[in-house]
Design a protein around this ligand. Sequence first.
Ligand code: 4NP
Length: 160
Amino acid sequence: MKPVGVLFVCLGNICRSPTAEGVFERLAAEAGLAHRLRVDSAGTGPWHVGKPPDPRAVAAARARGYEIGHLRARQVEPADFERFDYLLAMDRHNLAALEAFKPPGFTGHLGLFLDFAGVRGLEEVPDPYGGGPAGFERVLDLIERGAEGLLRHLRHHDLR
Ligand code: 4NP
């Protein structure tokens, strides 16, 4: 069976989307579903390509037991719309950038990651890059909620 592809997308691919990748990978592994999923992350911007995640994101994730330090940033590319079934943006700005890239034949799901959190009013994972440590904790709180909701959705729709 072809794995379901999930791509998390933010701006730099060094804070939010690698965190989402790490959190969701672990959740899927704990649920025994890792082999049914193909999970990755990418950024809409080019600035940090090839770099590891921001040390603040690595430390915050590690404090909750997620290891993301081995990941390396890359930029979204057109082939991502063929390789992945779900392209999930961290905020509206990232979503707009992806919409501009989207080929006409794309049949997958392009939307906001937090739509799967199922919490009214929760839409964006705010960019923590220019802020303090609290921003990285908030990113993790939101991503843990979103990841649970996403896995629940996939169980009901794609992983039955
Ligand atoms: P991310 O955070 O999109 O969550 O990876 C950012 C990282 C870098 C920049 C902006 C946001 N930057 O402008 O370099």
